[in-house]
Design a protein around this ligand. Structure first.
Ligand code: BGC
Length: 817
């Protein structure tokens, strides 16, 4: 018999090839496998090698994955296991690299990777940010190729489409870049609730409402993962402020956790099977989320059926990087809780894991369970399958995807006299505001993307055939460039998580503005805002307009209105700002959000009427910041350096508060205008009594002059004898297809038992009270078009769950009565 010497390299490549072949042979029976054509690798066949006893069980692709993984685990040393439970450091984290001991991985600029064990053929898999597109280094040393990625619209802009189908296609495009640049898991989507408008990372997140967040996130995960790469749904959970985010202790009741801060994650896990979940930085009721077994095991895995791994956020579970270095007291609690992977991984954590394995404080069973899940992830990865990535994703096609998605996520807040679409292309437009010339594609921090270009408002309008005033262009262009360079320089000096600062406005004389009001036809003013990870926004000069912005709006509107001309404001922002004090002065307001790299083109598409606006708000724009229910306890106490924050507003976040307590917003949740009009008719329920499932159908007709899409929202008002409830809550939504003038569509909106239920802490159960339920179909949360009712004859205990989130301090929650 021939003797083969199988060297390690060959064994490794063989294993990759075998795993890869197993993908396409997944459904083959053992019998057909026996008969299947022999796979030849470097001249050896699998059967030859196997017969000679050269393959281990873990390499035998014909065995179930679980058996192969168990075999691998049985061959791993304790050292290897400890290393496998953490990442290999964070090379992109300049300054800390020598301390962490990380080396630049296969994909420069990626946020981290898992440990590889060559002797067992376990490769390193790569994880990279983030929610608006893949974030890697665009330029590599001694390499003339570039590795730019597409900057897609920020999360808030995507959610404003209310269109899961569209978001799935965005996810598919994003995932294409992940796969073709050699990354295995994208650290996205991010779906924390917009609890307060000042959260510096709200732009990455979707909504103040968990249903919208969950549906959009699930679509995103399904889209990204359709490429055969993974996602990391983050930050689990209640990562609602950046100030002291590594140590803030949030006091939240179980009901508020389950109904508000967990609900979106529940929908995502159940509807999209994400490969991974990222635990958050904060503590809930005295314990870090990464060390909470109730959250990561009982709820996530047992109640919701999550099958993937949980990883920590970077250095999570400690008050900071230095405290993690000084002591690793949370390692055992994290691993036991079901937080399988510690990211990005520090040598001190490995030592702690080994010590605790030796002294028995960390059980073998826990270690093996975590490792098993990590290996399942590795086995699924493109890297394990030796996928030959091209480094050439479809950047051109994806630019089209982002342009269209951004246009659909933009919201028309005001349009007096049908000013938009503005079709007088031959007439001159005056573009004011530094942001018109330096459009903001997205926020900073890990939610940033290194894109090749950003189309500014000016470029977009010009490409769309509009004429822009050249004198203003000549003044603004160098000013914007200089201010931007200075801002970037100052940010660089301030360090890795330095926050972006607003560029000042160019001081234009009233005479010049008056001249423009005579010589040009329309004024466009762009107001810009940027924010990012590591800090929260402020009320002055951020939520509220700064003095130079107020005078710009005043001077331009006075001058243009004096000449009978109109003013449009474009809001190129990532989060909510104050609008009530100035919205009546201007004629139209287009909320473009931070729309990704094609932003200017997307605005131009709406400006010209090529696209009819169909985005709606996924959060409330309050009249003043102080109207926000969480404003009273925002950031926590002591104010000088917050340690504890009590969520006294409970479930009354966003419209749940504004509508129940009748506080008038500037623009309400669910609001957005169109260039056309819609009529709602024929609301019908499948039954007048609830029996396990109920469908509401409603017909929407485009009664205007141009084609458009409408977002239809179903709000449910439930009986509240036994539990306090908001006046109504969003329970379903749907978007029409593009309806031509005169065209109608009948939409179906479904209610399931849990949609009727609230969480009753006293019974650890989701309970739907018997009684009368009112169904209101709205074009927004306040603009109700049709309503009807059904009844539930007997109380329903929909689901009984584990008691979780025991309080460590009293939480005196707001009640409506
Ligand atoms: C962020 C995460 C991100 C991680 C890796 C952390 O600072 O909170 O969202 O995925 O860094 O870059």
């Amino acid at each position: 018999m021939k003797k083969y010497h199988v060297n390690q390299a060959l064994k490794l490549s063989l294993m990759g090839a075998l795993v890869f072949s197993s993908v396409s042979w997944e459904n083959a029976t053992a019998k057909s496998l026996e008969k299947s054509p022999k796979i030849t690798i470097n001249g050896f066949t699998f059967e030859d090698l196997n017969r000679n006893g050269k393959l281990d069980k873990y390499e035998d692709y014909r065995l179930p994955m679980g058996d192969r993984i168990d075999d691998l685990i049985s061959k791993m040393t304790d050292e290897e296991k400890a290393a496998m439970l953490m990442g290999t450091g964070m090379p992109g984290f300049d300054g800390l690299t020598p301390v962490i001991g990380a080396i630049e991985g296969r994909v420069p600029g990626a946020a981290g990777g898992t440990y590889k064990i060559e002797r067992l053929g376990i490769p390193e898999i790569i994880v990279a940010d983030g929610p608006a597109g893949l974030r890697i280094k665009p330029i590599r040393e001694n390499n003339k190729n570039t590795y730019y990625c597409t900057a897609f619209p920020v999360g808030t802009a995507l959610a404003s489409t209310w269109n899961p189908e569209l978001i799935q296609s965005v996810g598919k495009a994003m995932g294409n870049e992940v796969k073709e640049y050699g990354v295995d898991v994208l650290l996205a989507p991010a779906l924390n609730i917009h609890r307060n408008p000042l959260n510096g990372r709200n732009f990455e997140y979707y909504s103040e409402d968990p249903l919208v967040s969950g549906k959009i996130a699930a679509a995103m995960v399904n889209g990204i993962q359709s490429n055969g790469v993974g996602t990391s749904v983050k930050h689990f959970a209640a990562n609602n402020q950046e100030t002291n985010r590594l140590s803030i202790n949030e006091h939240i009741t179980e009901r508020t956790m389950r109904e508000l801060y967990l609900k979106g994650f529940e929908i995502t896990v159940k509807e999209s099977n994400p490969w991974t979940v990222m635990s958050s930085y904060n503590l809930i009721n005295g314990t870090y989320t990464s060390a909470r077994k109730d959250l990561l095991t009982n709820i996530l895995r047992e109640e919701w059926g999550f099958k993937g791994i949980v990883m920590t956020d970077w250095f999570g579970g400690y008050a900071g990087f230095s405290s993690l270095q000084a002591g690793t007291s949370n390692v055992v609690a994290q691993l036991e809780a079901g937080n399988d992977l510690l990211m990005p991984g520090l040598p001190a954590q490995k030592t702690a894991i080994l010590e605790n394995m030796k002294n028995g404080k960390l059980s073998k069973a826990v270690v093996n369970t975590n490792i098993k899940r990590i290996l399942e992830l590795v086995f699924k990865s493109p890297t394990m399958a030796k996928y030959k990535y091209t480094d050439k994703p479809n950047l051109k096609g994806n630019a089209e995807v982002t342009r269209n998605a951004a246009a659909e996520g933009m919201i028309l807040l005001k349009n007096n006299g049908d000013l938009l679409p503005y079709q007088a292309k031959e007439k001159l437009i005056s573009a004011f505001g530094v942001t018109s010339y330096d459009f903001i594609a997205g926020g900073t921090g890990s939610g940033d993307v290194n894109e090749a270009y950003t189309v500014s408002l000016i470029e977009g309008l010009e490409k769309g055939g509009y004429k822009l005033d050249t004198e203003l262009k000549t003044l603004y262009t160098p000013f914007a460039a200089k201010e931007k360079a200075a801002e970037l320089e100052s940010r660089k000096k301030r360090g890795i998580l330095a926050l972006p600062e607003r560029l000042p406005e160019l001081d234009l004389s009233k005479d010049l503005i008056a001249k423009k009001a005579s010589t040009t036809e329309l004024a466009v003013i762009t107001i810009g805002r940027n924010s990012g990870e590591g800090g929260d926004r402020t009320v002055n000069n951020d939520f509220n307009l700064a003095a130079d912005e107020v005078s710009l709006i005043n001077n331009v509107t006075e001058a243009f209105h004096a000449k009978g001309k109109k003013v449009v404001v474009i809001l190129n922002i990532g989060g909510v700002i104050e609008t009530a004090s100035w919205k009546n002065k201007v004629d139209a307001i287009l909320l473009s959000w931070q729309p990704g790299q094609e932003g200017g083109n997307s605005v131009a598409d709406l400006f010209s009427g090529k696209v009819t606006p169909s985005g709606k708000l996924t959060m409330t724009f309050p009249v003043k910041y102080e109207d926000t229910p969480s404003a009273k306890n925002w950031l926590g106490t002591p104010a000088s350096n917050p340690e504890n924050v009590t969520y006294e507003e409970g479930i009354y976040v966003g419209y749940r508060y504004f509508n129940t307590f009748k506080v008038k917003p500037s623009f309400e949740f669910g609001y957005g205008l169109s260039y056309t009009n819609f009529e709602y008719a024929d609301l019908k329920l499948s039954s007048k009594t609830f029996d396990g499932k109920l469908t509401a159908s409603v017909t929407v007709k485009n009664t205007g002059k141009v084609a458009g899409k409408e977002i239809v929202q179903l709000y449910l008002s439930a009986p509240h004898q036994n539990i306090d409830k908001p006046v109504s809550e969003l329970k379903a939504f749907a978007k029409t297809k593009l309806l031509k003038p005169g065209q109608s569509e009948t939409l179906q909106l479904t209610l399931l038992p849990k949609d009727l239920a609230s969480f009753m802490e006293s019974r650890s159960a989701w309970v739907a009270e018997a009684g009368n339920y009112k169904v209101a179909i709205g074009a927004s949360s306040l603009d109700i078009k049709q309503s009807t009712a059904f009844s539930l004859t007997k109380e329903l205990e929909v689901e009984k769950v584990h008691k979780s989130f025991a309080l460590t301090a009293p939480v005196n929650e707001l009640k409506s009565k």
